[in-house]
Unconditional design. Structure first.
Length: 391
């Protein structure tokens, strides 16, 4: 890994950020319009005596044109603009750093109003551009192979902070790539467990799907979860998006160690939830089963057979993820030969398998390497207990 690759471009944008944060910090009581879905913005405007169609205009200005200055909204009446100016704002997280990897990957370090930092990653490919979005500051789960887990947990992100990542990325990429649709896919696979920040993640995903906002198809918005079963059941009723599941083991003994939430929702319970989730969906739709390849831990022939057995009745495809190392980890990545053998066993058992290409390693932007800067308020145990009650 060449962390200090010469082709790496880093833009430090501190100075500009400081001044804008100072001026905005004076008005923390303003309502952030990035927090609103179309429906909530409509309700908000109607309550203020405005016409409902204004919401569509505003949503388009905010999320399609990426405007944060009301004066730029030329088809909105002056009176409405100035009344919005007084009480509301459009405030995304602040870009502290924008790193571009030699392979075209971008990683943004974003600072939130309370000083915490999160990371967002953009991965361009020939036929698509995928944005990897964070849902929490840190993570309350303790998956042993994930560097976000080492940072502890601080808090859930607001809707504005989640959709703000897409807003910031679009605003940067639109002029850079000359394409209004540089972001074709969003994966909720950044920092945090999205199902433990349910309402805010669902609202942010509604904006991703909204034709007047980001207009992504439901097949191009993917939520990745470690398997919070009650929230998974709720998700189906709330929004139609694609699902990825961090499985990583085909037996409970091993999964208990790698993904500790498995002790609460073991594999059998999880697979039943997956079947419920897929009930009534088109035959081509599948859950992506993520499986991080850890040398000598979960990558034997026997592990592959167990995984195939676990998935035999589930409409799924397997995504093998070569482990991305981070400082002080006890794990190593499985060899390419081992990954190939593992894949062959799964394929022979009739499963669809892909091996994830590792991207953005030189800027620590690969899966599981996102750490941000988290003000750890862990009390992980209490938080964990609380969310279990809530879900
Ligand atoms: N909490 C969610 C989303 C964040 S993790 C979840 O568990 O799914 C996104 C994906 O990256 C998950 O599949 C996760 O298991 C994987 N991942 C985490 N750490 C990794 C690492 N060091 N190397 C490779 N993949 C990793």
């Amino acid at each position: 890994m060449s962390k200090h690759n010469t082709s790496e471009k880093i833009k430090q944008i501190d100075v500009k950020v400081e001044s804008s944060s100072a001026s905005k910090a004076k008005t923390p009581q303003k309502i952030n319009l990035l927090d609103f879905t179309s429906k909530k913005l409509k309700d908000f405007l109607v309550e203020r005596g405005e016409k409902a169609f204004r919401a569509t205009q505003l949503i388009k200005w905010i999320h399609q044109a990426c405007v944060d200055d009301f004066d730029d909204m030329t088809n909105v009446s002056k009176a409405l603009r100035s009344s919005l100016q007084e009480t509301t704002e459009i405030r995304a997280p602040e870009v502290i750093q924008d790193q571009a990897s030699s392979d075209g990957t971008h990683k943004w370090l974003l600072r939130l109003a309370d000083g915490n930092c999160i990371e967002t990653v953009y991965i361009p490919e020939k036929d698509r551009g995928t944005l990897c979005v964070s849902s929490q500051v840190g993570c309350a789960l303790d998956c042993t192979f994930c560097s976000t887990a080492r940072q502890g947990f601080s808090r859930n992100l607001t809707v504005a902070e989640i959709i703000g990542q897409v807003w910031v990325a679009k605003r940067t990429l639109q002029p850079e790539t000359g394409r209004s649709r540089a972001i074709t896919n969003v994966v909720m696979m950044g920092m945090g467990e999205p199902l433990l920040n349910f309402n805010n993640v669902v609202d942010a995903m509604k904006l991703m799907l909204d034709d007047n906002a980001y207009g992504l198809s439901k097949r191009r918005v993917t939520l990745s979860t470690s398997g919070v079963v009650p929230a998974l059941d709720r998700l189906r009723d709330e929004i139609d998006v694609s699902l990825a599941l961090s499985l990583h083991a085909g037996n409970d003994q091993l999964r208990d160690k790698l993904v500790p939430i498995n002790k609460k929702y073991p594999i059998k319970v999880l697979m039943e939830a997956c079947l419920r989730f897929m009930e009534g969906k088109a035959a081509r739709e599948r859950i992506t089963m993520e499986y991080v390849m850890l040398d000598g831990v979960n990558d034997s022939d026997q592990h592959a057979r167990e995984l195939a057995f676990t998935l035999k009745n589930i409409p799924s495809k397997v995504n093998l993820i070569p482990f991305n190392p981070f400082p002080e980890t006890r794990y190593k990545r499985s060899s390419n030969k081992r990954i190939e053998k593992f894949r062959d066993i799964l394929t022979a058992a009739g499963l669809i398998v892909m091996t994830r290409k590792t991207r953005g390693e030189d800027i620590d932007a690969a899966c599981g390497q996102l750490a941000g800067k988290v003000n750890d308020r862990s009390r992980r145990e209490t938080h964990f207990a609380r969310i279990e009650k809530e879900t």
